[in-house]
Design a binder for this molecule. Structure first.
Ligand code: TYD
Ligand code: MG
Length: 450
């Protein structure tokens, strides 16, 4: 137990300090904005002599940080991390309970420790015995990973220093707490101060730290939004729990690019990287059924092919339903309106359901044409061509915008055996594919199988 330092209660809205917790800020009157925080000793100006002051240096004289990265040997994880874990950085890995966060971290721990790094796995969620059981299931040999069942951050850091850990895993930030704070584990104050403490530890010692964060119903990492601002890298683990594949997405990165996507499959021996996501996303596709269309998306720097499925059925009483999974419902509404007005499709008495290959989000407007094709295909009950992919953003007039810079998507389409590209126009077509120009949504109907 460390010495008890003072804490105070500060309003997150106006900054007013209180000596004890209050529900309503005495400064600005806002409810539920007051949270505990640590009082830091103010450092007096000029306390230290001039020789102790930081000396500014020309940028050209600054030696760059050695960006050596530790490849974990899990290619999909290294890929989203931009090559591997960066020593001295803090990576937050968020996801719903049971999605596989502890599993992948134990795999990373086992791999890095197998390569000779010292790894400490601190768990406030599970006992060392439970971690051992998980480790025994993996293909990786987790035998040399050090574990500690501890939830006080001060003690976790002390254990990391004592064991000279190069990688520290904290599972999870919601169960870890600082002894110095009175707030309960998982509270805003604990999560924020705990993450800040781990961040300081990582920077000061060059230890790589990976922290598990649970996700709330709304999909955010539980705790203050500031948590994501504190750490260097934020990864989200997503996926349908009933299906066995998992998507790892990077939403913030100080050392690489964001929006990269890694795909894993949960097996009896832990998570296995899936090097060909397009194959998984198209695996369930039935080419003879209406209401399905394929498009190519860029997930970060990587092209993946996904299937868009649409189902339209006679609506019951009241307003017809519009249900979109993996697609912005507003975008669906726009596309339905365009098809009604510009292609003569009547959805007014139909329930409309649209979904994208499990877990993938169709945020890229290039997917518009595939959504439209799937909808028209479902309404007319005629399948889209099995060898075709659809690429293009649709304007309110029903026009399909020409594409540029789509080389990588086309290469992926050709690799996956597609022959025709339905698009508003494409600047450079590879020889392996044929372009079928669709400059307007009206032209969708004639291309569907009779
Ligand atoms: P876990 O890593 O404990 O999830 P989290 O830490 O995100 O809560 O993974 C939980 C699920 O994964 C659990 O239902 C069991 C399953 N699992 C496998 O299918 N195979 C395995 O090899 C392991 C270790 C777990
Ligand atoms: Mg867990």
């Amino acid at each position: 137990m460390g010495p008890k330092t003072k804490s105070t209660y500060r309003c997150g809205e106006c900054g007013h300090a209180h000596s004890k917790w209050v529900g309503r800020c005495e400064g600005c009157g806002v409810w539920n904005a007051v949270a505990e925080e640590l009082v830091r000793e103010p450092v007096p100006l000029h306390k230290s002599g001039p020789n102790d002051l930081a000396v500014p240096v020309p940028l050209s004289d600054v030696s760059g940080p050695q960006m050596d990265r530790w490849a974990t040997g899990l290619p999909e994880l290294d890929y989203v991390l931009g090559g591997g874990l960066v020593p001295g950085s803090v990576t937050l890995i968020g996801g719903e309970p049971g999605i596989g966060k502890s599993t992948i971290l134990l795999q990373v721990a086992a791999r890095l420790s197998g390569m000779g790094h010292t790894v400490l796995y601190a768990s406030g969620e599970e006992s060392p015995g439970q971690i051992r059981l998980r480790g025994d299931r993996l293909i990786e040999d987790a035998g040399s990973v050090r574990v500690v069942g501890e939830s006080r951050i001060e003690d976790i850091i002390a254990a990391a220093i004592r064991s000279d850990a190069q990688l520290l895993i904290v599972d999870s930030i919601q169960t870890a707490s600082l002894n110095q704070l009175d707030s309960a584990p998982g509270s805003v104050a604990q999560v924020r101060e705990g993450a800040a403490r781990l961040m300081r530890f990582a920077k000061e010692t060059g230890t790589a730290v990976m922290v598990v964060g649970h996700v709330t119903k709304g999909g955010g990492i539980a705790g203050p939004k500031t948590l994501e601002h504190i750490v260097d890298t934020v990864l989200y683990f997503e996926g349908e729990r009933t299906l066995d594949y998992r998507l790892l997405r990077v939403t913030k990165s100080r050392f690489g690019s964001v929006d990269e996507l890694g795909v894993f499959r949960m097996t009896a021996h832990g998570l296995e990287p899936v090097p060909n996501p397009s194959e998984i996303f198209l695996s369930a596709r039935s080419t003879s059924v209406s209401g399905s269309a394929v498009t190519a998306l860029m997930e970060g720097t990587r092209p993946v092919l996904v299937e868009v499925q649409a189902l339209t059925t006679a609506a019951g009483f009241g307003t017809p339903q519009r249900v979109a999974a993996g697609l912005n419902p507003k975008r669906l509404a726009v596309l339905l309106a365009v098809l009604e007005r510009r292609a003569g499709c009547d959805f007014s008495k139909l329930d409309v359901f649209v979904q994208v290959s499990a877990g993938v989000r169709l945020d890229d407007p290039t997917g518009d044409l595939a959504v439209a094709a799937a909808l028209v295909s479902s309404v007319t009950n005629r399948p889209t061509p099995a060898d075709g992919i659809f690429l293009g953003e649709i304007g309110l007039g029903g026009d399909v915008r020409p594409m540029s810079g789509s080389e990588r998507r086309l290469v992926e389409a050709a690799r996956m055996g597609f022959r025709r590209v339905f698009a508003g126009g494409i600047a450079r077509m590879p020889d392996t594919l044929v372009l079928v120009e669709l400059s307007h949504v009206q032209m969708l109907v004639p291309i569907l199988a009779a």
